[in-house]
Design a protein around this ligand. Structure first.
Ligand code: GLU
Length: 427
């Protein structure tokens, strides 16, 4: 299992609570118009909500579950970010993820700030009715701290369109006007957007396509390994296969992965996983432990699971030339330094996995306008945003001779800092 305890990289400067914070600090210190006081604002959280939710189980037992919503910064627009349900959720993790949302929205230049939520329980231990009661209680407890112009949650780890439908319904009970824009990632039949489900994987695919173009790489001849077979991993694998003719040599879940150097059939693997809830036993591929899997031979590695899975050992041993962060914060600080020293291309999550929040933005716009777009229109608009954000990041990284991650943070930070300066202190 990937560890949640992120090692602190050796970067000079203020104390850091995790790797992404250190990436941020090291870039912020180099931006001339960010002084100590502004840095303090960028480092702080506007609001942090800690809940303890009582849940009545179907058998009558009462349990209490910790849950959070952290609103990091709203200088550029309403807070925006998903919420996850996972046993490893902590306040510190949600803080880090809220932080990333602020920079992610700014890198792709959509008018949102950053937030994140989390409920600390393994959802597989709950029945569907228990899960629904939990999501409704969480929504109710957040009260008016969320809203279409305040804070707009969305799916993340172990949450999806049904979760968002419950969330919307609970919010709508006490807000009688059309409030579809309170949450994104809703089902198509309830104000959802075409293309939202595949959006994060699609953004990962566009990022890989652009990097491969720059490196003059023929993707049909490269081995692509994808960690994670949830929404991001599955859609990235499928679209890279279908639209780029890329060879997917492995996919994995938290229990282990399957590998075949000649390529695996992504759709067949997905059907097998849906049927058996494991990839073990999938015909024509070797089953590996999660760690063995990450060390398997590949040219492109796409971590799309949880934070911290690409640690020092993996960074030292992987032969992947390109690492694309499908997940949020999968590469630890020290691992990042090793990869950069080895001259590997690392596409940061605040750029590479931004497709999800971009199409969330489209969904929100469609909800507010009550005018809906076709799947093709959504994909075209998404492609334009991801490609132009990538080009900006790549051009800055070339001009300044810095990594893609440093360039992405520079662009994101400058945009947020400028908005704060323009607004004064009243936002
Ligand atoms: N959870 C996704 C992310 O981390 C999507 C957030 C959103 O759509 O607001 O980017």
């Amino acid at each position: 299992m990937p560890t949640m305890n992120l090692p602190i990289p050796k970067i000079e400067g203020p104390a850091c609570f995790d790797a992404e914070s250190c990436f941020f600090q090291s870039v912020a210190q180099k931006i001339s118009f960010i002084d100590e006081n502004l840095l303090q604002v960028l480092n702080s959280f506007r609001r942090q909500i800690c809940l303890e939710i009582p849940l009545r189980k179907d058998d009558g037992k009462l349990i209490t579950i910790k849950a959070y919503r952290v609103q990091h910064n709203n200088a550029r627009g309403p807070y925006k970010g998903g919420f996850r349900i996972h046993q490893q959720v902590t306040l510190e993790e949600v803080q880090m993820l809220a932080n990333l949302m602020t920079w992610k929205g700014a890198v792709v230049n959509i008018p949102f700030g950053g937030a994140k939520g989390g409920i600390a329980i393994d959802p597989s231990t709950l029945t569907k009715t228990e899960l629904e009661r939990l999501v409704r209680a969480y929504t109710y407890q957040l009260g008016d701290n969320i809203g279409p112009h305040t804070d707009i949650p969305a799916p993340d780890v172990n949450t999806g369109s049904q979760t968002m439908a419950w969330f919307y319904d609970e919010y709508a009970k006490s807000h009688s006007t059309n409030a579809l824009g309170v949450v994104t990632g809703k089902p198509l039949g309830l104000g959802g957007s075409e293309g939202r489900e595949e959006a994060t994987g699609r953004g990962v695919m566009y990022t890989l396509r652009e990097i491969a173009k720059d490196l003059k790489m023929d993707l049909s001849k490269t081995k692509i390994l994808i960690e994670g077979f949830g929404n991001v991993g599955y859609w990235a694998a499928r679209l890279i296969n279908d639209e780029l003719k890329g060879k997917i040599v492995g996919v994995s879940t938290s229990k282990g992965g399957i590998y075949n150097a000649n390529g695996i059939n992504v759709m067949a693997a997905h059907d097998y996983y849906v049927k058996n809830r494991t990839l073990k036993g999938f015909p024509g591929a070797d089953f590996m432990s999660p760690r063995e899997f990450l060390l398997a031979d590949c040219d492109v590695l796409i971590p799309s699971a949880l934070e911290g899975s690409i640690d020092v050992e993996i960074a030292n041993k992987t032969n992947a030339q390109i690492i694309i962060e499908g997940a949020n914060g999968p590469v630890t600080g020290p691992a990042n330094e090793i990869l950069i020293d080895k001259r590997r291309v690392v596409a940061p999550g605040i750029l590479a996995n931004a497709g999800g929040v971009v199409v969330s933005y489209f969904e929100w716009v469609q909800n507010l306008q009550q005018f809906y777009w076709t799947h093709e229109e959504v994909n075209k608009k998404l492609e334009k945003i991801i490609v132009s954000a990538y080009e900006n990041v790549r051009d800055l990284s070339r001009a300044k001779k810095i990594s893609l991650r440093q360039a992405a943070y520079t662009i994101g930070l400058e945009r947020v800092a400028q908005a704060i300066i323009l607004r004064g202190t009243g936002f």
